[in-house]
Design a protein around this ligand. Structure first.
Ligand SMILES: [Zn+2]
Length: 421
């Protein structure tokens, strides 16, 4: 069915236009252009949905529960948080991971994310033995995404050592065998795509990184890995391999245009040069990095090198795409003592750069999936904001509460009534 949506404003990274309709058919955008005939969305702006490029959906179960210290261990940091997270992961079942993932994905949709990259590493029974279906937990997560109606890039994550027994595979071959089976299963599921990931240079040895990198390239798959989130991880990599994490990824042949390095918080200049040379991307997760005390994204250096940037809500301490984008720029301001820091070439505001990072694109255009969000222009956060100032007002002066409708694949998955808007 073909329909044309005519909101008060259609938003792109640079501004907002009126008198524009978005025609959608078979789940795709057929046309964005001047229109008078169609369904008028009064008091609304229409924008692309956000891409949440890094998620561990089950970790939403820690929300609020980890914001106090254990008096027996007054020094609380990333590593003590991780033990709390392991305890949660230890208790997951296929049913419970499906329920908690669905809740997380529904919150994402209501906040304006229309697709999510799930970095999934809880694979086996708590004792490390396989479920009868070795992909039972990954499939439970995929079905949760389908139940919620969010687009999913599912990344089965290789984990070789440390962590919990249920994270680990016994060999890289058995891991890749599971990836193959999962890809075959997902072929008939229109909202689900499967890529591949390695957890980190801490959890995965060099030989595995080489095999996984080769496999991803041969199969043309998105390839992700955590790197440089914490100083300790870099020290351990230096003592084991004599090089820093991104340098090790280069040695392993892991970096390429389809590789995304998650965090890169403590990446040094040489590592950032290597990411740029290999065309790899960085996924920043500012609200989680703040919550865990990771540090600051080297955002200015990433921008200067032309490294592609995306964002993720990672541990889901908070789910709000506008807040992730805002933190990237406000952290850069705190670090530099300047304002309007992250300016792409020939731009005078950081807003377009930030929105492109959030959308993975510049705006709505013909051929894109019809993954759209509706913004309530009469929300108190946006009242009296001029149309030309709407994009920066969203990034710097509002939050996910202004999102009152979400469509994925042209289907209404989160209507105004669901959000109280
Ligand atoms: Zn992560």
């Amino acid at each position: 069915m073909r329909r044309t949506l005519i909101p008060d404003l259609v938003l792109d990274a640079h501004g907002a236009r009126s008198g524009v309709g978005v025609t959608i058919e078979d789940g795709r955008i057929l046309k964005v252009g001047l229109a008078t005939e169609g369904e008028h969305l009064s008091g609304r702006a229409l924008a692309p949905g956000f891409v949440n490029d890094h998620s561990h959906a089950f970790q939403r179960g820690l929300r609020g529960a980890v914001e106090r210290i254990d008096p027996a261990r007054p020094h609380d940091d990333f590593w003590t948080w991780r033990e709390r997270m392991y305890a949660l992961a230890e208790g997951l079942t296929p049913d419970s991971i499906r329920r908690s993932s669905r809740r997380c994905y529904e919150e994402m949709l209501s906040a304006g994310y229309t697709s999510v990259t799930e970095f999934h590493y809880v694979h086996h029974r708590p004792d490390g033995t396989s479920y009868r279906d070795p992909n039972a937990l990954a499939k439970a997560v995929a079905v949760a995404a389908e139940d919620a109606g969010i687009r999913l890039l599912l990344l089965p994550v290789a984990y070789a050592r440390d962590g919990l027994a249920r994270f680990r595979d016994t060999s890289v071959q058995s891991f890749l065998h599971r990836v193959e089976a999962l890809r075959e299963w997902a072929e008939r599921r229109p909202l689900v795509e499967v890529g591949v990931a390695a957890h980190s240079v801490r959890a995965v040895p060099l030989g595995w990184l080489e095999e996984i990198g080769t496999y991803a390239r041969r199969e043309d798959l998105p390839l992700h890995i955590h790197a440089d989130e914490q100083e300790r991880e870099i020290e351990e990599c230096l003592s084991e391999h004599g090089v820093r994490p991104v340098e090790l990824l280069v040695q392993a042949g892991f970096l390429g245009p389809d590789t995304t390095v998650v965090h890169a918080t403590h990446a040094d200049a040489r590592e950032l040069d290597l990411l740029a040379e290999h065309g790899a991307s960085v996924c920043a997760c500012p609200t989680t990095e703040g919550n865990l005390g990771d540090g600051f994204l080297p955002a200015e250096a990433i921008l200067a090198r032309g490294i592609r940037l995306s964002v993720g809500s990672d541990s889901h301490a908070r789910i709000d795409p506008f807040e992730e984008l805002r933190e990237i720029e406000t952290n850069a301001r705190r670090l530099s003592g300047r304002r309007n820091v992250l300016l792409a070439e020939s731009e005078t505001s950081p807003t377009p750069y930030l929105l492109r990072a959030g959308w993975g694109d510049t705006g709505l255009k013909k051929g894109d999936p019809a993954d759209l969000i509706e913004i309530n222009l009469s929300h108190p956060a946006l009242a009296d904001v001029e149309a030309e100032n709407l994009p920066p007002a969203l990034v710097f002066g509002s939050g996910s509460q202004v999102v009152v409708g979400t469509r994925v694949d042209a289907q209404n998955v989160c209507a105004p009534d669901d959000t109280g808007g």
